[in-house]
Design a protein around this ligand. Structure first.
Ligand SMILES: [Ca+2]
Length: 411
């Protein structure tokens, strides 16, 4: 569906949508069964040439044999790579997915279940447990969606394809060095279609720079069912990028009347005291706390929620350089500690529908037997399919698109 108001385009959302279980956006699934390898002689000769470059770059024949024994060309990977730009969502949709009831509740459980590990990681790396847990929740739904696509095949396919060939070949070389070092075997080196691996979806170069062996067995195993190495690696990543323990990422704020949107944006940092002096408060009306330099973000403009973000926000951006991602991590981290949902309302979408309208539409469709697979107000392919089926059943033009007219008709 086309959303003409300000939208956020994210490659991450591909991962995100596939990581969402129920709520209306679960069309894309990230499984190797949906991505079989197909014979491709041109790919095979590319692999032969690459193996020579890799050998010249210090990769042993034994490692190359292991890595490429079962390698194959994965057309599904190319399909996903080409379709990335179609995943375009508003911040409201993004936040509804990032901090869905289910993801918040699973986060609270994860915090309890892995409490001692997370406490030990917090104490060693100085990164709060709820932040590490929130990244885990967004990257792999707390380890339940780590991806099972063979990394060497995925990266070889992308490097051969060439759209981002140099970058992907660099990742492939890093993956081979990881195999050569013995952190993991080729058959267990699996992940997303784009080469992100393990509980917190490290690409190979990030793994080389930041992964740690927290369990002490000599291997940095971010793929294991035991998430300790992966969670510690994420904390190490944030620490090395300047995380300040005890400081918040940011918070939702209320702006004084007449606050100019021109003051918003990460390029307009001021001291928190200066923002407080201008009348920026937390959602309960207290002056924003002073944690040094800060910016105001208004992702949906004056009609939507506003946030103050501190230096730690920039550290989350080093993990994934999308403001909506960092807001999602920050907000989810607050929510799994029992914090409140976003207080401000979002403006209606381009079709004049609020999230409550969209939730009502999903409820009414589902009640009439056109199951939207959830009622989170996020219009995904399940909801579009349900709308199409309903439209067909009553003889309306089949558009699959929500509208206020459709909602009124369903009422
Ligand atoms: Ca280990």
């Amino acid at each position: 569906m086309q959303i003409s108001r300000r939208t956020i385009s994210l490659s991450l959302l591909a991962t995100f949508v596939s990581a969402c279980s129920g709520g209306g956006v679960s069309s894309s699934r990230d499984t190797s069964s949906s991505m079989p390898a197909v014979p491709n002689p041109a790919f095979d000769s590319w692999v032969a040439g690459f193996r020579q470059r890799a050998a010249a770059g210090g990769i042993s024949q034994a490692t190359l044999d292991q890595a490429f024994r079962n390698v194959g060309y994965l057309p599904g990977v190319i399909e996903r790579d080409r379709n990335q730009t179609e995943f375009t969502r508003t911040l409201e949709d993004y936040m509804a997915i990032a901090a869905s009831d289910e993801r918040v509740s699973m986060g609270k459980t994860a915090l309890r279940q892995h409490g001692s590990t997370l406490a030990a990681i917090e104490s060693r790396y100085g990164v709060e447990r709820q932040v590490v847990t929130a990244i885990w929740g967004l990257e792999s739904r707390y380890g339940t969606r780590r991806g099972d696509i063979p990394t060497i095949s995925a990266l070889s396919t992308l490097a051969y394809d060439g759209r981002r060939g140099a970058f992907m070949e660099k990742q492939l070389m890093a993956a081979l060095r990881i195999l050569q070092r013995g952190d993991i075997t080729a058959d267990r080196m699996v992940g997303s279609w784009a080469g992100a691996m393990g509980h917190t979806q490290f690409i190979p170069t990030s793994f080389e720079a930041f992964a740690v062996d927290f369990t002490g067995d000599g291997r940095r195993d971010i793929w294991s069912d035991n998430p300790a190495d992966a969670l510690a690696s994420t904390a190490a990543y944030l620490q090395r990028n300047g995380w300040q323990k005890g400081q918040p990422w940011g918070m939702e704020v209320r702006l004084p009347a007449g606050f100019s949107t021109g003051l918003a944006g990460r390029g307009n940092a001021r001291s928190a005291a200066s923002w407080a002096g201008m009348g920026v408060t937390d959602t309960r009306g207290r002056p924003v706390p002073n944690h040094g330099s800060a910016s105001i973000l208004m992702p949906d403009g004056a009609a939507g929620p506003a946030f103050i973000v501190y230096r730690n926000f920039s550290v989350i951006l080093r993990y994934n350089n999308a403001e909506s991602y960092a807001l999602g991590v920050g907000h989810l981290s607050d929510r799994i500690l029992g914090g409140a949902p976003i207080q401000a309302t979002f403006p209606p979408d381009a079709l004049g529908m609020t999230i409550d309208d969209r939730k009502e539409l999903q409820r009414l469709l589902t009640a009439k037997g056109f199951d939207t697979q959830g009622t989170d107000g996020v219009i995904g392919s399940n909801t579009e399919a349900a709308i199409s089926a309903y439209q067909r059943s009553v003889g309306l033009p089949v558009t699959g698109q929500p509208s206020m007219d459709l909602l009124r008709r369903l009422r």
